[in-house]
Design a protein around this ligand. Structure first.
Ligand SMILES: N[C@@H](CCC(=O)N[C@@H](CS)C(=O)NCC(=O)O)C(=O)O
Length: 222
């Protein structure tokens, strides 16, 4: 292994949605990188105070990418770094690119109820009931966004903006959440999730054995 490659520090692959996003972007961009998974089941979790994480990331959160001596933290900043090296990670058209950024930012800064009540748990399958009003609202909004974008780009490749982009990496963990918790996805959204689930890079991530169980996540809706 070469030491000249960047290193991506990640959380546990079954659970860390923010880690999955830039990992997909780096794979899709064809950028060589090393990866190191840090257990998030440690003292300080939820407060940005896990010692092993603080040793590699200034805000105590993963993902963080080390490029030489430089640390890039936050999933979107890593994705943007990758796009500067491989511009095809964003749509070529200026206005489509602006829309792709809007969809990505909406995910990065929103959907708090969905994120809180339906945590990523890639390999689990169950049926969630008693979803909060805010979670239902978030699900509805995601599905409407997927349908509208897939319809608008129906004559192109089957991703949100035609060609695969950072926006797809940001919604991939949401697709796994819907699958995990038995959320009904129909219409264009259903074939969109199939596109994600058959992506080579996604399949590589998904096939990683669960390294550690997080009971508090596994027991949601049990
Ligand atoms: N906005 C950040 C969120 C990063 C984040 O919250 N990461 C979680 C893992 S998915 C984490 O490191 N949690 C550790 C903690 O909260 O102490 C990003 O986009 O990278």
């Amino acid at each position: 292994m070469s030491n000249t490659h960047p290193t991506l520090f990640l959380g546990n692959k079954n659970y860390s949605s923010w880690s999955l996003r830039p990992w997909l972007c780096l794979r899709w961009a064809g950028i060589a990188f090393e990866e190191t998974v840090i257990s998030l089941a440690q003292e300080g979790y939820g407060k940005g105070e896990i010692k092993d994480v603080l040793a590699v990331s200034p805000n105590g959160r993963v993902p963080a990418l080390h490029v030489g001596d430089t640390v890039i933290w936050d999933s979107l900043a890593i994705a943007e770094w990758a796009a500067e090296r491989e511009p095809s990670l964003w749509p070529a058209d200026l206005l489509v690119r602006a829309q792709a950024r809007s969809a990505t930012c909406e995910m990065h800064s929103g959907f708090m109820d969905l994120r809180d009540q339906l945590p990523m748990n890639v390999q689990r399958r169950c049926n969630a009931s008693g979803l909060r009003e805010g979670t239902q609202r978030d699900i509805k909004r995601v599905l409407a966004l997927w349908d509208k974008l897939c319809e608008a780009h129906a004559s192109e490749d089957p991703w949100l903006f035609g060609q695969r982009s950072i926006a797809d990496a940001f919604y991939a963990p949401v697709a796994t959440r819907f699958r995990t918790y038995g959320i009904d996805v129909t219409g264009p959204g259903a074939s969109y999730t199939d596109t994600i689930f058959s992506d080579d890079a996604f399949l590589e991530w998904e096939s990683t054995p669960i390294d550690e169980r997080f009971d508090f996540i596994d027991q949601a809706f049990a």
